[in-house]
Design a protein around this ligand. Sequence first.
Ligand code: ZN
Length: 221
Amino acid sequence: MKLLVVGAHADDTVLNAGGTMAKCIRRGDQVRDVTFSIHRGVSLNYKPEIKNEHEAAMSVFYGREPWEIKAKNTNFSFRLENFRACGDAFEHGASRADLRRMLEEECGGFEPDLVISHSRLDSNQDHAALASEVRRVFKKKSTIYEFVFPWNHTGLWPNMFVELSMIDVDDKIQALRCYSSQERPDHHYMKFDVQMAWAQSWGSLNGWEAAEAFILQQGLF
Ligand SMILES: [Zn+2]
């Protein structure tokens, strides 16, 4: 299977689908992470270290060898040059058309079976804009799951569950630990016990040890 996970900001893909990425990479699927921005908010809050944090988080999933060696020997396609090219998409005021063009450039040759990205109902405008463009680019092409991120939208209930082992959850939490710049008292979702509780809660609904939950936006078989 080819899985593409698309996030607006560094930490979004890990927060919302890190366990699924870990699981799929471990079982040999082709998994690609595309992240569009290395920091949040206005330029005053620019945090260049977030790029390094994201690279470190990805290395938890993909391995810790140099990126170029791994890229030649594996199927993952997270590339630093892509990261730079798209790194400031939102902060530089990328239009919806820009986002679509970048998505097509980044993902055009990959042809994923499954795309996981933000919800179009997310209250964060970057998340919602990217979700709409993901929908436009992959309509009629790929199954699409949307993130469930209750801190940005209440009242949504998932209908897709990915079973995770505790090893997958541990990988996700280890990757989350890389985003130390995002650890703040009000970022409760970054707390590892909160993430563990979510994973176990979603899992318990299906009789599993742990899970990640999504909303099926478009299903193709
Ligand atoms: Zn975000």
